[in-house]
Ligand binder design. Structure first.
Ligand code: PLP
Length: 322
């Protein structure tokens, strides 16, 4: 398992996987999949309370970001990327040679409003909940910010299903503003191996982006996973995968203060627990924590991000016992 990739700790249960495999066994392997995935898109749309033409299937959230960054750059908008935030944003922008600069992810709407006066020909990228800080933006904030930038907002909702006050139940409202939203199914539903992502946006925008994705957006395996995942029959599996992480997240968070007195926990909204450690922390304690847990150290921020999984829980418990 990747020790610092914020991967899902478990995968869907075996009866779910059997259901997917049975669909795969019935597929016509020698034939191309349909270009338009009406049934699957309708199922996903009904889960998120939006219309099927507001969704594009993508290869992970990474492709959804790549498509929306490409479109913004092609329309002449500079990408404003949050920092600190997901390292993938700048890698994707660089790989596309898309003009980009950074803003502080901790900035308030007021600060961002004056920045927008300086660079109105831009697209603001928001990660909510942010990786690694766990910070979230509210719907109203995103709508305001989207209107301040001529290129609107791209919102990465990868960790949203884990949030205490998630945005996805209000997706239809959010899409009324000039917003596109990207979602990874890797983390929340434990299917990173199927490389599934969703790009949400107003139908007129998605129509323009369609040529940027493969004409066959998903293979038979991906389609079978999507078909089961978003079926009402498996709703409890989706909910359970998220609840288990939230429950273990609370356990991880409860163990940190006893091990690192003075640690300042960030908001708990992802499948990780991030905290700042005090300046006078013993360096060996941080070293041991990093060795025993699935974690990433952001030294310049005095911040550690612990991925919620069995390795982190048992590492923390062992440290507490000492
Ligand atoms: C904020 C954020 N967006 C996107 C991704 C990539 O998601 P995917 O695996 O669906 O490509 C990650 C992966 O860590 C992430 O943290």
């Amino acid at each position: 398992m990747g020790s610092d990739l914020t991967e899902a700790p478990t995968e869907p249960p075996s009866d779910f996987r059997d259901d997917v495999l049975a669909k795969l066994a019935r597929a016509d392997w020698h034939r191309y999949p349909d270009r338009s995935q009406t049934v699957v898109l309708e199922k996903i749309a009904s889960c998120y309370g939006i219309s099927p033409d507001s969704i594009l299937l993508t290869r992970g959230c990474t492709e959804a970001l790549r498509v929306s960054f490409t479109a913004a750059a092609a329309e002449g908008f500079r990408l404003l990327l949050p920092a600190p935030s997901y390292f993938g944003f700048s890698l994707i922008a660089e790989s596309l040679a898309a003009p980009h600069t950074f803003y502080s992810g901790a900035d308030t709407v007021a600060v961002l409003r004056s920045a927008a006066d300086v660079t109105p020909d831009s697209t603001l990228v928001i990660c909510s909940p942010d990786n690694p800080t766990g910070e979230v933006r509210q719907n109203a904030e995103i709508e305001t910010l989207a209107h301040l930038h001529r290129g609107g907002c791209i919102v990465d909702l990868t960790y949203d299903h884990f949030a205490q006050d998630p945005l996805h139940p209000h997706l239809a409202d959010l899409l009324e503003a000039p917003v596109t939203a990207c979602l990874s199914l890797s983390k929340c539903f434990g299917v990173a191996g199927a490389r599934l992502g969703l790009l949400f946006g107003p139908p007129s925008a998605l129509e323009r982006y369609r040529h940027l994705v493969d004409p066959f957006p998903a293979d038979y395996f991906q389609l079978a996973v999507l078909d089961s995942l978003f079926d009402d029959e498996w709703k409890s599996v989706r909910e359970d995968l998220v609840h288990r992480v939230q429950r273990d997240r609370a356990l991880v968070a409860s163990l940190v203060p006893g091990i690192l007195p003075g640690a300042r926990l960030r908001e708990l909204n992802g499948n990780f627990v991030s905290f700042h450690y005090p300046d006078d922390v013993q360096p060996d304690l941080i070293k041991e924590l990093l060795r025993r847990t699935a974690s990433k150290h952001f030294r310049h921020l005095s911040l550690v991000r612990l991925t919620v999984n069995g390795m982190t829980l048992s590492g923390l418990r062992a440290m507490k016992r000492k």
